[in-house]
Write a protein that binds this ligand. Structure first.
Ligand code: HEC
Length: 253
């Protein structure tokens, strides 16, 4: 009898403790979106990711680094080698020449995405001390993932009447503390899409989020395909093993 009581108390504790610990901080809920790339069979919507790259290039790249990404990674969102060469060649990269002196040259597919600032201190100096985070793995680095990035981009609004917003800060429903040093980066019609898609804030946010989800994990489609193969193989082996077992033991009664 005692044993049952101990087990019951332990079970209660296990459920009760995390619940009360969570209640302390205000939790921001990010409305879940439908992403082509979620789930074990998900793939990146190529057209959306390409539009997202355009939004990144024309908007976000002015302030944010994406240090872990290489121009050659754009192959994974369906761009041709020639297109990638042209995109890389259009940016100027600081390098060291054969004479050992600093020089500038056109980018190559093997270059990392160009940084808008030489380093973090220069970026902070430009933004009143705030740092435009590196976006290489932002979709993986925040608990809310793609939903969180999307929400942040569409989350600018008028602040509630009783809230005082600090200097150089903007109200955002989905940022911790609701005050962010990033001015709303997107407004309707900010970019012109070549494929004729209407560039609403929601559309651009979706596209750029798809792009950053890809950049955070360019290998994820390969990994998922391998996972499916491994599961199929294991199922197949289970079947074979069972058949062999039945045959080997068939005469034992
Ligand atoms: C004018 C410069 C500027 C532009 C353009 C800009 N950002 Fe920012 N961004 C900032 C700054 C500054 C911060 C830091 C905000 C803070 O800490 O309060 C920031 C913060 C962020 C964060 C929050 C990071 C975190 O720590 O959770 C994300 C995500 C983000 N930006 C994404 C984007 C995306 C995507 C774009 C393009 C659509 C973009 N930004 C365009 C300046 C910019």
């Amino acid at each position: 009898m005692n044993f049952v009581r101990v087990v019951a108390a332990a079970a209660l504790l296990a459920f009760a403790v995390p619940a009360s610990a969570n209640a302390a901080a205000e939790e921001i809920k990010f409305p879940p979106q439908n992403w082509s790339f979620s789930g074990p069979f998900g793939t990146f919507d190529r057209a959306s990711a390409q539009r997202g790259f355009q939004v990144y290039s024309e908007v976000c790249a002015a302030c944010h680094t994406v240090k872990q990404a290489y121009y050659r990674d754009l192959k994974g969102i369906g761009l041709e080698p020639k297109e990638i060469e042209a995109i890389a060649a259009a940016v100027t990269i600081a390098d060291i020449g054969d004479d050992g002196q600093p020089m500038e040259r056109p980018g190559r597919p093997s270059d990392r995405f160009r940084s808008p600032f030489p380093n973090e201190r220069a970026a902070r100096a430009a933004y009143n001390g705030a740092y435009p985070a590196d976006l290489s793995v932002i979709v993986k680095a925040r608990a809310g993932g793609a939903d969180q990035l999307y929400s942040l981009l569409v989350g600018y609004d008028k602040p509630p009447a009783d809230m005082k917003i600090g200097d150089g800060l903007y109200y955002n429903k989905y940022f911790t503390g609701h005050q962010i040093a990033m001015p709303a980066p997107l407004s309707d019609g900010q970019v012109e899409y070549a494929d004729g898609t209407r560039a609403s804030v929601e559309q651009m946010s979706r596209d750029v989020t798809t792009f950053f989800a890809y950049i955070a994990e360019p290998e994820s489609e390969v990994r998922k395909r391998l996972g499916v193969k491994v599961v199929l193989f294991l199922l197949f082996m289970t079947g074979i093993t069972y058949a062999v077992k039945r045959r080997v033991w068939a005469d034992v009664h």
